[in-house]
Design a protein around this ligand. Structure first.
Ligand SMILES: *[C@@H]1O[C@H](CO)[C@@H](O)[C@H](O)[C@H]1NC(C)=O
Ligand SMILES: *[C@@H]1O[C@H](CO)[C@@H](O)[C@H](O)[C@H]1NC(C)=O
Ligand SMILES: *[C@@H]1O[C@H](CO)[C@@H](O)[C@H](O)[C@H]1NC(C)=O
Ligand SMILES: *[C@@H]1O[C@H](CO)[C@@H](O)[C@H](O)[C@H]1NC(C)=O
Ligand SMILES: *[C@@H]1O[C@H](CO)[C@@H](O)[C@H](O)[C@H]1NC(C)=O
Ligand SMILES: *[C@@H]1O[C@H](CO)[C@@H](O)[C@H](O)[C@H]1NC(C)=O
Length: 271
């Protein structure tokens, strides 16, 4: 994706941001993470593009699926858009996330012809460029849990697990896989990998390999982390952060953990 990010010298282009997630029980359904607007490509107020974009966002917010892509051919350029919800969500939770996300895009990226917003539960993006079925790894968003897991064996186990699960996600029809693995001394590690399902298995695998490779430089020694790009995402934690048949998702680390409840550090690329 042609956003304003220079992919080389990644480590220099980092900005540390602290978020204090002060959430009440009710407000935890959808967790907003970040957004990017491409400010190089803009449209004018009341232009044909603006009206096409409004139509597009409305169409995304009206769909009742967990992945959806739409093309609006109106009076201006063509506008392409899609959303993807995390694979564990049900349709109603997905729909709610997409409604919030499209509202965010409409208010934050008011003049951009290309933009993306990430929630923990969904991704929504649009562009005047045809981007379906292609891998876009920029811009990306990185987050990590401030709790340490500095034992050297942790990183290797983590990378092996994620690499294995990436294979499963790439070969899954929905391009989604989760895994619970036991890590001696740490308990259960929960990992989740997902690509937009318009990607081929090969492209999904390529995208996931890229985000997994980011982990050692961004998040080494952390008990949890996530890398989100437009085309694929990876996340792992030592607590269940996604819904599964036998448990609800916890939004923040367990109460008896060593960090203050709900506190996390998110790290992201500098624009
Ligand atoms: C935006 O424009 C600047 C200056 O022309 C260019 O260096 C940059 O790569 C452009 N960014 C994108 C995302 O197209
Ligand atoms: C959705 O994307 C596919 C390519 O992955 C494309 O062939 C199809 O036309 C798109 N559908 C819409 C409604 O844009
Ligand atoms: C969807 O999932 C949420 C969270 O687990 C749950 O509260 C809700 O009842 C579910 N809705 C449906 C229609 O299954
Ligand atoms: C994690 O390790 C870093 C560096 O060793 C240290 O500065 C930090 O305080 C540790 N964080 C926690 C939550 O223990
Ligand atoms: C990842 O797994 C594939 C097979 O699924 C293997 O060929 C490859 O060497 C593994 N890569 C790493 C870095 O472990
Ligand atoms: C929190 O407590 C539960 C049960 O009391 C235990 O299973 C779990 O390992 C604890 N977690 C941490 C991070 O200490």
């Amino acid at each position: 994706m042609t956003f304003m990010i220079v992919a080389s010298f990644k480590i220099l282009s980092l900005l540390f941001i602290c978020f204090l997630f002060s959430r009440t029980a009710e407000a935890q359904l959808h967790v907003y993470l970040s957004y990017r607007c491409n400010t190089n490509k803009t449209f004018a107020t009341n232009s044909a593009f603006q009206s096409d974009l409004t139509t597009l966002l409305y169409s995304l917010a009206s769909a009742n699926t967990k992945f959806y892509n739409a093309t609006i051919v109106g009076g201006g350029d063509i506008v392409y858009g899609l959303f993807m919800c995390r694979g564990d969500l049900n349709i109603s939770m997905c729909h709610q996330c997409v409604v919030y996300a499209t509202q965010q895009l409409a208010s934050k990226c008011r003049f951009s012809k290309e933009a993306i917003v990430w929630y923990e539960e969904c991704i929504v993006r649009y562009s005047d460029r045809y981007f379906f079925s292609t891998v876009d790894t920029m811009p990306s968003f990185i987050m990590y849990n401030i709790q340490n897991a500095s034992r050297p064996s942790f990183l290797q186990l983590l990378l092996d697990t994620l690499n294995f699960t990436a294979e499963e996600a790439a070969n899954d029809a929905k391009k989604y896989a989760t895994r619970e693995s036991s890590i001696s001394g740490f308990g259960t590690m929960y990992s989740l990998l997902q690509c937009t399902p318009d990607l081929s298995s090969r492209d999904c695998r390529k995208c996931l390999s890229g985000v997994i490779e980011d982990l050692p430089w961004c998040c080494v020694g952390k008990q949890g982390a996530g890398v989100l790009t437009p085309s694929c995402t990876v996340r792992y934690e030592l607590y269940p952060f996604y819904y599964s048949d036998d448990q609800p998702a916890a939004i923040s680390p367990p109460t008896n953990s060593s960090v203050p409840q709900g506190k996390a550090i998110l790290l992201r690329h500098l624009l």
